[in-house]
Design a protein around this ligand. Structure first.
Ligand code: PAF
Length: 279
């Protein structure tokens, strides 16, 4: 049975009871419109925690584009049914006033790792993420939190945040879940037209080509330029960034001198897609 809880006070009571009984609490923060990627996180939480909370909150502070916020899919009844099937204990679905009550005045800002890539193209995005994640960690009092590697930079930001602020929670990164044609699962994929959906896997295809070229010794500049051409030729409107970065800390790399990650953001019709792979 999955309970829906909408207030911080009710959640605190529930979690206090669990903790009195010695339970380890896992949390999966989400913005809803759940897909198999989210469910894989819920399963990882279920497998290694006594109690599992999935939070669903479309956080207005992390949207720099009002259209993206307005169009973000909301599917609570379906989300609840999916979480029941996964044996999740609580769906925590607070409203905006519960998370940001009148007078709310704090912003959590993580320097460095927040700044390039998504940070450069979506001003304020990671301040919004860091602020809401800090709130959700405080509200849920969980001992473990599960995040998808699909948002690799977000995972780095959250790791930095909990280390810097001594937040007593273990951050677990879980692999990206992909459709059978390679497209990374995302709540935004439902907004692709049929024609765009057919083009979308080219993003991951281009990352794979670049990774192969880099491993074969092609200079990063050439490998990345060829991959960008591949993405545009497939039908994407633009490539916002396509970069080779150190997997930890995200320093820019010009060759495979450290464990690395290729990260990309590109626009397909009305939808902005991101992806990343290890190299
Ligand atoms: O990855 C997401 O869905 C969001 O950025 C998160 C972590 C739930 C914070 O709103």
């Amino acid at each position: 049975m999955t309970a829906i809880i909408r207030t911080g006070a009710a959640l605190r009571d529930k979690v206090a009871g669990w903790k009195r009984a010695g339970a380890l609490v896992g949390v999966v923060p989400t913005m809803g419109a759940l897909h198999d990627g989210h469910l894989s996180l819920a399963r990882a939480a279920r497998a290694s925690s006594d109690r599992v909370i999935v939070t669903v909150f479309v956080n207005p502070k992390q949207f720099n584009n009002p259209n993206d916020l307005a169009n973000y899919p909301k599917t609570e009844a379906q989300d609840l049914a999916l979480l029941k099937a996964e044996g999740v204990d609580v769906l925590f679905a607070p409203g905006p006033d519960e998370v940001y009550p009148a007078g709310f005045a704090t912003t959590v800002s993580v320097a460095g790792v927040s700044e390039p890539l998504e940070g450069a193209h979506r001003p304020g995005h990671f301040d919004g993420v860091a602020t809401v994640v800090s709130k959700l960690f405080g509200m849920t009092q969980a001992g473990r939190a599960f995040f998808g590697e699909k948002d690799w930079q977000q995972l780095q930001v959250v790791r930095r945040l909990v280390a810097d602020l001594n937040i007593p929670i273990q951050i677990i990164g879980c692999p990206t879940i992909r459709e059978s044609d390679g497209l990374a699962m995302s709540s935004r994929n439902v907004r692709l037209t049929t024609a765009e959906r057919a083009i979308a896997p080219a993003l991951q295809g281009a990352l794979q080509t670049a990774a192969k070229d880099l491993r074969a010794g092609l200079p990063a500049g050439k490998a990345l330029a060829a991959a960008a051409v591949q993405i545009i030729s497939a039908g994407f409107a633009n490539v916002e960034y396509l970069e080779l970065r150190a997997a930890e800390g995200l320093a820019p790399l010009t060759a495979l001198t450290a464990p690395a990650r290729l990260l990309v953001a590109a626009q397909l019709g009305e939808v902005r897609l991101i992806d990343n792979i290890p190299v």
